[in-house]
Design a protein around this ligand. Structure first.
Ligand code: NAG
Ligand code: CU
Length: 252
């Protein structure tokens, strides 16, 4: 039970094994790569490292889906409602593939991986969507026809790497990418589903002009009545309804 070790890493890993469960530690696009926000080390540096990912409080989930925390995993600060913007932005081309590297995901946490984007109306390093409907879904993976879950099975098989493509015809500009794993091991009632969101600030380049016309909000898109939020993953051997709207196809 108790280990009498003094190393910080050991203390953190014990704490991590009790409460937690994961975050995106690295983002790669072609030959470019950016560190994720590292909640167990970044805050202790002076100066704090500059990231393209908005800060998260740790590796734990959000279960009250009515909270602003479900947008980017938390972090209200200085009167700001919602996530604290990150200071820098990753430049990625429309149509390029992004690889998101998750910390070791627990075997017990089965569920889908979903990605949304929102176009920033102004400087993304100062912008917070709040509860506005600005998000559109660009990718989703849940349970396949053989009953194999994206997380943990396929994610771990891919060494923790999840990939999606920026819609090829998406209009250039600044976007917030909201990516999440929804863990369903306790989702047989609400609250129970564990949402692990992360928000990445990007500048999309390209000559496309496509923009979606229908949007959802976070909080708002998910609640206790949303298909796939309440789901008994142990007894339900059928298909899994991935929560949220359909994937926007206009950018393809
Ligand atoms: C994911 O990131 C970690 C930490 O930077 C790194 O050690 C690991 O090699 C990366 N995984 C892959 C598959 O690139
Ligand atoms: Cu967990």
């Amino acid at each position: 039970m108790f280990k009498f070790t003094v190393g910080l890493a050991t203390v953190l890993s014990i704490a991590g094994s009790v409460v937690g469960h994961g975050y995106v530690q690295q983002i790669t696009s072609g030959s470019s790569s950016w560190s994720g926000y590292l909640p167990y080390s970044d805050p202790y540096y002076n100066p704090v490292p500059q990231r393209v990912v908005r800060p998260v409080p740790g590796n734990g989930p959000v279960t009250d889906l009515s909270l602003i925390d479900v947008q980017c995993n938390g972090y209200s600060e200085g009167g700001v409602v919602g996530s604290k913007p990150a200071p820098i932005v990753a430049t990625v081309a429309a149509g390029s593939q992004l690889a998101l590297n998750w910390t070791l995901w627990p075997d017990s946490h089965m569920g889908p991986m979903i990605t949304y984007m929102a176009r920033a109306p102004s400087d993304i390093t100062k912008w917070n969507p709040g509860s506005s409907a600005v998000w559109f879904k660009v990718h989703e993976v849940g349970k396949d026809a053989s009953g194999v879950w994206q997380a943990p099975t396929k994610l771990i098989a891919a060494n923790g790497i999840y990939k999606f493509t920026i819609p090829p015809k998406l209009k250039a500009g600044q976007y917030l990418i909201r990516h999440e794993i929804i863990a369903l091991h306790a989702a047989y009632s609400y609250p129970g589903a564990q949402v692990y969101p992360v928000c990445i600030q990007v500048e999309v380049t390209g000559s496309g002009s496509a923009l979606p016309t229908s949007f959802v909000s976070f909080p708002g898109a998910y609640n206790g009545n949303t298909p796939g939020i309440v789901y008994d993953a142990y007894t339900n051997t059928g298909s899994y309804p991935i929560p949220g709207p359909a994937v926007w196809t206009g950018g393809n």
